[in-house]
Design a protein around this ligand. Structure first.
Ligand code: FAD
Length: 476
């Protein structure tokens, strides 16, 4: 139970508009975009500057309260959910872009800047920040760093990690840290920067981020290809990569996703097709022309049923937007949307589609699959109802078997959404007891009291918060 004096201390320094402690206010900070999990924090604070943040952390330390960093709450593994209660620190008010440095081709921003706003701000100066998660209109840069977010342009341009040059922030006990800088080469000591990227708010709170920028591509061509058979779409992906063509975007949607997007947006996607590939090649106009011809040739050779090329930048943007709405579109269909993040080496992609299809039939599930095919990373998404226990058991068994298959193929249980709460059961299966033990030691070195985002990454939270598939993961 939170003492009134604690609330008063925080209100005195941060102001009442930046401190929430009534249940009805706290409800919204108890969940993120992961289904079937909700845990109330004791208090939620929104620092306006680093002094506010340090003060809030001092109070949390004095009270021995868990500290849970939160960006926009679009996470898909439960990372910002306070399963032990405590203090949620919302970072969205630290939202200033501080510098765009055209001499060094870097930009520095506070953690709470929205990804798309940042992209647009650097684009206005003729520069390009490629990481573009599907959530870019809402997600924060800090959340992207903490999850090492990928995006639609990941295949050619890489993920968030590939752009991070420096990070500033504070450890759980309030000790400030700064790692990296604007130097393109820097091997002074361990790379704490790389350790913090993808650390899911368990090692430190990031306050400021410096990224590398590049010049935007001069030209771009966008294709949509439709297939009556999803394995052929998988084959097309492998052939494009084997031909040494690296599109900036190579995304897939299956028949269920096509229909959900069509119901949502009505943009004229053919409902009878089993799969769609969205392919974009960009770069110097001569290279783009050559790669576009190569892509077309491969699509024809594997016998794609229809191949369309966008006639204008507006049409290309409309097609990409259709892919970006996939999760929102499938989420409307059923009460519970359980989206996973299976990733395999690209050569195994066609077989993964076959395995997903086999398991979908075996467990009699309604499933939509879409994702970053070029990265070997797709999101099989169960459209279910958490109130139906029998169906949830089948969903759970489906993912268990699929993850076992993925691991035998050298794949990973999370390509981009992180471990958080929902993948903790799978982490040891992938990296072994030794891997988990080393990670625990690292966590302990950064946060010996275990105050920062406890119960994430490692399997030591309350039992009912184990997999996201367990209905009723809640203390509300
Ligand atoms: C529609 C939709 C599409 C998506 N598409 C993609 C996609 O294409 N690629 C992809 O990778 N992900 C995607 N995601 C997942 C999600 O958007 C990303 O993981 C994103 O990076 C989370 O950002 P956020 O600001 O919402 O962070 P939150 O969800 O608030 O937090 C995520 C994690 O980061 C930690 N955290 C947040 N801020 C900080 C900080 N300043 N310091 C330390 N820790 C911090 C939190 O504790 C938590 O563990 C999608 C989600 C949705 C809903």
């Amino acid at each position: 139970m939170l003492r009134k004096t604690v609330v008063n201390r925080l209100v005195d320094i941060l102001g009442s508009q930046n401190v929430y402690h009534e249940k009805e206010d706290l409800l919204v900070y108890g969940y993120d975009s992961t289904p079937a999990l909700q845990y109330l924090p004791d208090i939620a604070v929104f620092p306006r500057n680093e002094e506010d943040l340090l003060f809030a952390m001092t109070v949390a330390n004095e009270e021995g309260m868990p500290i849970v960093p939160r960006g926009s709450g679009t996470g898909l593994s439960g990372g910002s959910i306070p399963i032990y209660g405590g203090m949620v620190i919302g970072l969205t008010r630290l939202n200033r872009i501080m510098e765009i440095d055209e001499e060094n081709l870097t930009a520095t921003a506070q953690t709470g800047v929205i990804t798309l706003d940042f992209f647009n701000a650097v684009a206005a100066r003729g520069l390009f920040y490629p990481p573009d998660p599907g959530s870019q209109q809402v997600s924060t840069l800090g959340g992207n760093v903490a999850e090492n977010a990928g995006g639609l342009r990941g295949l050619k341009y890489g993920v968030t990690r590939n752009y991070i040059m420096a990070l500033r922030g504070v450890l759980a006990d309030g000790t400030p840290f700064s790692t990296g800088g604007k130097c393109v080469k820097d091997v002074a000591g361990y790379s704490l920067r790389d350790l913090l990227i993808g650390s899911e708010g368990t090692l430190g709170i990031i306050t400021e981020i410096t990224v590398r920028l590049i010049t935007p591509p001069q030209d771009k061509r966008t294709f949509l290809a439709y297939f009556r058979d999803i394995r052929t779409a998988g084959k097309a992906v492998s052939r494009i990569i084997a031909a040494r063509i690296i599109p900036s975007t190579l995304e897939i949607m299956d028949n269920t996703t096509i229909n959900c997007v069509e119901d949502y947006k009505a943009i004229g996607l053919p409902r009878q097709m089993e799969a769609l590939l969205l392919i974009e090649v960009d770069g110097h106009p001569a290279t783009v022309a050559q790669e576009a011809a190569g892509v077309k040739e491969i699509l024809e050779k594997v016998r794609a049923d229809e191949i369309h090329e966008a006639k204008s930048a507006q049409e290309a943007a409309r097609l990409t937007a259709a892919r970006r709405t996939a999760l929102a579109a499938v989420a409307r269909v059923s009460p519970t949307t359980i989206l996973e993040d299976t990733t395999v080496p690209r050569s195994e992609l066609a077989d993964m589609f076959a395995e997903i299809e086999r398991l979908k039939k075996k467990y009699r599930l309604k499933l939509a699959t879409f994702g970053h095919a070029g990265d070997g990373n797709v999101h099989p998404t169960a459209l279910a109802d958490e109130r139906n226990q029998e169906e949830m058991k089948r969903v759970h068994a489906f993912f268990e078997e699929l993850y076992d298959w993925v691991l035998t193929k050298g794949g990973t249980v999370s390509g981009e959404h992180g471990i958080g709460i929902s993948k903790r059961v799978y982490l040891e299966r992938q990296i072994g007891k030794g891997g988990v033990a080393v990670m625990r030691r690292i966590k302990n070195a950064f946060d010996p009291k275990g105050l920062l985002n406890p119960g994430k990454m490692f399997l030591d939270g309350p039992d009912n918060a184990r997999p996201n598939l367990a209905p009723g993961g809640s203390n509300v």
